[in-house]
Design a protein around this ligand. Structure first.
Ligand code: ATP
Length: 277
């Protein structure tokens, strides 16, 4: 049996316009979109498509968003699973799920497969029965290695799966088994960094489209004063600000509402003193 199955999204509805503040080569992503839109053309021209693309970076900075945007721009199905969903002690379950995932994606190609937290299933192999004597530990390690081997087999057989792009995301690239990083597996790596002040402003502007913000709000004040905030946290900030505005009986979100939302999302000594002007 091979449950849970990948969550399939016919069309993610996400485009590159939803992604902000990430200084990565957009052309590189566009190339993947072009490939998904017309895999036959690449094939005819003898261009080898990428096997896998690794999105690497801290939590909440847009790895899943970028993956969804690639599928959304190309208008192809998006098969999403988390690495932890392949980790089972029962023999063969993880590898069956991998086979199933790739099979479904190939049937509906062109398509995108996305495995979030890929480190959960693809940690460096240690060789089983090493110095541990715990049977359960050994069984779990063996099972995980079987699953990883199945993933490597699927990636190596990708020439027969034309039109499928495999994306993996991690915030712990150092934990990944080196075999996965060899050419022909993850042959491209895209580093997604936490946003700088300009990036934070762009992210706030993207999310401001979804809420009712008063024209007087100056988002750059918040972008400047919230170093270290991820895209996910900035998105949450505007949602929180909308709730605060409703509570304060304002027709639209005011600068003070956003300030209050910052306070609510900031705990303890890290409280940020903002000059709200
Ligand atoms: P994790 O490693 O925790 O899975 P992630 O890097 O995959 O995190 P996402 O799931 O893509 O992060 O981000 C969560 C949400 O935060 C997104 O759905 C989006 O609303 C917002 N967000 C994050 N980064 C960005 C960004 N660069 N531009 C716009 N929105 C962003």
């Amino acid at each position: 049996q091979s449950k849970p199955q990948a969550r399939v999204d016919g069309s993610t509805g996400v485009t590159f316009s939803d992604v902000a503040g990430i200084e990565i080569a957009v052309e590189e992503l566009q190339e993947l979109v072009k490939y998904l839109k017309n895999p036959e053309l690449f094939d005819k021209m003898g261009i080898k498509p990428p096997h896998g693309v690794l999105l690497e970076g801290p939590p909440g900075c847009g790895k899943t968003l970028v993956a969804k945007a690639i599928a959304g721009e190309a208008g192809v199905p998006f098969y999403q699973m988390a690495g932890s969903e392949f980790v089972e002690v029962l023999v063969g379950v993880g590898s069956a799920r991998i086979r199933d995932l790739f099979k479904r994606a190939k049937v509906n190609r062109p398509s995108v497969i996305f495995i979030d937290e890929i480190d959960a299933l693809a940690t460096r192999r240690q060789g089983i029965f090493s110095d541990k004597t715990d049977d359960l530990y050994n069984a779990a390690t063996q099972e995980r290695e079987t699953t990883l081997n199945q993933l490597l087999i699927e990636l190596d057989g990708f020439d027969t799966g034309k039109g499928v792009i495999f994306l993996g995301a991690t915030n712990r690239k150092d934990l990944l088994d080196p075999a996965l990083l060899r050419p022909g597996r993850f042959d491209r790596k895209i580093r997604i960094r936490p946003p700088n002040a300009k990036g934070r402003l762009e992210i706030l502007q993207v999310h401001a489209r979804k809420v009712k913000l008063s024209e007087s709000v100056d988002l750059s004040v918040f972008a400047q004063n919230l170093p270290g905030w991820s895209g996910a946290r900035l998105a949450q900030l505007l949602q929180e600000a909308a709730l605060v505005a409703v509570r304060n009986k304002h027709d639209s979100i005011l600068q003070s509402d956003v300030g209050e939302a910052v306070d609510r999302l900031t705990v303890g000594p890290k409280r940020v003193a903002l000059d709200l002007g």
